[in-house]
Design a protein around this ligand. Structure first.
Ligand SMILES: [Zn+2]
Length: 371
C-alpha cells in the first residue's frame, strides 16, 4: 500500500494546524486550534467531550466506541512557541523537510492520529476495539492539569500510543523514558556591610555554593542520572554580605530508586557555615518509564505487525519525559515516539522529515488494524 497518495491530505491538515499558533498559556489561541481538531475528529464520527480548563486550553477527548480493551491515542496541541512566531518561521516544505513552529512537536502527531481513522474508515477496517483520543493542552508545561485525565482514560486500555516525535534520527520508538524531577534550594544567611562588619555577616551565596557542588555531583552517567542546577539567584550588591541565595535544578532518572537517592540528599542538606539556614523542595514530576518485560512484549508485537507491512521499527529511548510516563507507571502497554522524525524541537530550526509522517501513519494504521 503506497501512502504517498495520502500526502496531499496530510500536508493540508498539517499546514492548517501549524498555522493556528497555540502556546500553552494562550488559552484563547489553544481553544481556536482545539475547535479545529474537535471538528476534524467529529467529521470522522467521533463523539467529543470537552473538559473546560481555566488557565490553559480546554482539553478534548474523542471517542469511537466505548468499553474496556481499547486503543488509547495521546497527543498534545499546545506548543512552546509564543504568538507571532509564525511570522519568523512560517510553515513550508523544502526538499525532504517541512518546517514550522510545532510541526514536529507535535502537530504532525495530531495529524497522524486523525488521518489514521480516516484511512481505516476508507479501507472499511475500523477495529472492533474502541478508540479513545486525548488532545492535551498543557503538556509543554508538565501536564499538571491533565495527568489525572490521562491516567483515568488509560485504565483498562489494551494499548496506548503516544504521538510525540521520535527524538532520535534513526526514527526509533521511545520504549523507555527517563523520569523528571525538580528541586529548589533556599539559603538564609545574614546581611552585613562588607567593609565595616564582614565578620558579622553570613554569606548565603557562599553557603549555597557548597550545596550546589554537592548536589550537582549526584550526577551518575552510568546509572543515567543527571542533575542540572539551571538557575541561581542571590545577593544585591558587592558591598553587602548577601543574606539570601537560591538555586533551581532539574533531575533525570531511569529508576525510582535513583530519584530516591537524589531526593534523600537534597532533603537532608546540612549547612557548612554555622547558623546558615537551608530549606529545600524536591519533587518527581513524571515517573520514569523503564524498559520492562511488558515493554519488550509490546514492542515485539508491534515489530511483527510492522514487518508484515514491510516496515522495520527499532526500539530506542529518551532522556525526556512525556504523558507516556504516567501510562507506563500503571502497567499498561505503551509505545511512544509515534509522531514523526525530525530535529530542533522547541527551537527556530524545528523541522520534520516529511516522509516520516507517512511512514508513521502507515504504522499506526497497521497497529490498530492488526493488534
Ligand atoms: Zn511534545
Amino acid at each position: 500500500m503506497d501512502y504517498a497518495a495520502y500526502k496531499p491530505a496530510v500536508m493540508s491538515l498539517l499546514k492548517k494546524l501549524v498555522e493556528i499558533e497555540s502556546p500553552t498559556y494562550e488559552k484563547a489561541a489553544v481553544n481556536r486550534l482545539g475547535a479545529v481538531v474537535a471538528r476534524e475528529a467529529s467529521k470522522l464520527g467521533a463523539s467529543i467531550e470537552i473538559i473546560p480548563k481555566k488557565t490553559v486550553g480546554d482539553q478534548i477527548i474523542a471517542r469511537w466506541g466505548s468499553g474496556p480493551g481499547g486503543f488509547f491515542l495521546v497527543g498534545h496541541i499546545d506548543t512552546v512557541f509564543p504568538l507571532g512566531t509564525l511570522d519568523l518561521m512560517p510553515f513550508y516544505e523544502e526538499g525532504a523537510k517541512t518546517f514550522g513552529p510545532g510541526v514536529l512537536d507535535m502537530k504532525a502527531g495530531v495529524v497522524i492520529m486523525l488521518q489514521t481513522i480516516a484511512i481505516l474508515q476508507e479501507m472499511g477496517q475500523m477495529p472492533k476495539r474502541p478508540i479513545t483520543m486525548f488532545f492535551n493542552t498543557d503538556e509543554e508545561m508538565g501536564s499538571y492539569l491533565s495527568r489525572e485525565i490521562v491516567k483515568k482514560l488509560a485504565k483498562d486500555m489494551a494499548l496506548t500510543l503516544v504521538f510525540e516525535p521520535s527524538e532520535n534520527l534513526d526514527g526509533s520508538l521511545h520504549t523507555w523514558r527517563k523520569g523528571t524531577g525538580k528541586f529548589h534550594i533556599k539559603v538564609q544567611g545574614r546581611a552585613a556591610h562588607s567593609g565595616g562588619a564582614h565578620q558579622k555577616g553570613l554569606n548565603a551565596i557562599e553557603e549555597l555554593s557548597y550545596q550546589i557542588v554537592k548536589v550537582q555531583r549526584l550526577t551518575d552517567y552510568d546509572k543515567g542520572t543527571t542533575i542540572n542546577i539551571g538557575s541561581i539567584q542571590g545577593g544585591r550588591a558587592i558591598n553587602i554580605v548577601p543574606a539570601f541565595a537560591e538555586a533551581d535544578g532539574d533531575i533525570r532518572v531511569i529508576t525510582v530508586d535513583e530519584y530516591k537517592r537524589v531526593e534523600a540528599v537534597i532533603r537532608n542538606l546540612e549547612p557548612v557555615l554555622k547558623e546558615a539556614l537551608i530549606a529545600t523542595e524536591c519533587i518527581l514530576n513524571r515517573p520514569p518509564m523503564p524498559y520492562t518485560e511488558l515493554t519488550d512484549a509490546t514492542f515485539k508485537k508491534a515489530q511483527k505487525i510492522a514487518a508484515a507491512e514491510g516496515m522495520e521499527i527499532i526500539a530506542g529511548g529518551s532522556g525526556s519525559a512525556s504523558d507516556a510516563n504516567f501510562v507506563a507507571e500503571m502497567g499498561i502497554p505503551v509505545l511512544d515516539g509515534m509522531g514523526g522524525v525530525g530535529e530542533g524541537f522547541h527551537s527556530e530550526s524545528e523541522y520534520i522529515l516529511t516522509q516520516s509522517i507517512l511512514d508513521r501513519l502507515k504504522l499506526t494504521v497497521a497497529l490498530l488494524r492488526d493488534w
